[in-house]
Design a binder for this molecule. Sequence first.
Ligand code: PLP
Length: 430
Amino acid sequence: MELVNLKDASDAVTFAEAVKKGLGKHQGLYFPKKIKPMDNIDELLALPLVERSIKVLSHLTENELPAETLESIVKTAFYFEAPLVQVKENVFNLELFHGPTLAFKDFGGRFMAQVLSKITDGAPITILTATSGDTGAAVAHAFHGIENINVVILYPKGKISQLQEKLFTTIGGNIHTVAIDADFDACQQLVKTAFDDPDVRDGLHLNSANSINISRLLAQVCYYFEAMSQVPAEKRKDVVFSVPSGNFGNLTAGMIAKTLGLPIKRFVAATNLNDTVPRYLKTGEWAPNKTVATISNAMDVSQPNNWPRIEALIEQGYLPKEILQGDAIDEEYTQVAMKQLAALGYVSEPHAAVAYRSLMKDLQDDEVGIFLGTAHPAKFRETVENVLGQPISLPQALADAVAKEAFSADLPNDYEALKAHMISLLQDKQ
Ligand SMILES: *Cc1c(COP(=O)(O)O)cnc(C)c1O
């Protein structure tokens, strides 16, 4: 597979190189040089998730990985389901939260971990990442127990929910977690500093595993096919996807699925009050505001880092820009949507509710609407209980994690302290 840096066309890499590097020169995103449509969509849709995903991913990666390797990666990564659940006539939720950390980030995180473990030739590497919640859990579970990969996760002490914290600080083994006495931006800054420090970057063979990694996006393409496979054949040309968006990786994956030939009619890019993209789609002006905190906090992003990939899909002529509509939902209507869904007998959480609300504004009678369920409602238990006034029970994975002891180190917001900690933890493993 050939990928090209969107900021510098002379920076071209293979899939394996793009996965290892993450970002290219000048912080540019890697994007496939050419996306060829698949021509056997109906046959693909008749296959089970794992078998179909192997075909989609080997097509996208142009058979770069040996067939047996890719097969074993996909089997290990995608062991859970993505059911399409009806909430009312012609409206469905694609539940992407049946993985180990109960959020859709398990798909991309697990695929990336398996790919990295197969392409590093056994040389030890260290994943260093900062999290404000969900990503840390997905990365921690995805890499747990993988030989020769150590993971260090920084998070802002006391600033994430206890449930979220328990999901990644109780694992142990090759997963090392550090509570930093500062906010999330400070944690991200520490990660950047480490990547600029050759002692640590080269000494510990750092990799970031963050959301711009191409492997995560390609993995996510597979669940759009899975959703469509559950729609009756005669309705497949009428499907509208509404995607709750923050960094816009999820939507990028859907648009790549469309480019491959999946017959998606159109997309709704649904955001919360952090509405840079919906405003841009209306006015043509890219004018990010300051990020504001909302109850759909995984989408509190005002400078979405995957947006250049969506622009590339449109500018390179793969898709017309009319296929995408933007819509922003405020805090009040997020709650209204949660209540409307509950009245239909479907308990949901704020992110999916944003997508539901945006979908319903403009869904036509002859269309089938699918909104993406990006997290289990129990992950946002407090908000859901407050809004709906009813108790939410914890699924087993969360209940088990809550009962375990956390293993985090506590550090001040000081790079030298972090460096010393990482070197003492990891240097004997290099
Ligand atoms: C990360 C996340 C999103 C946003 O997804 P993007 O791919 O960044 O647009 C939405 N909902 C939940 C629950 C998330 O964790």
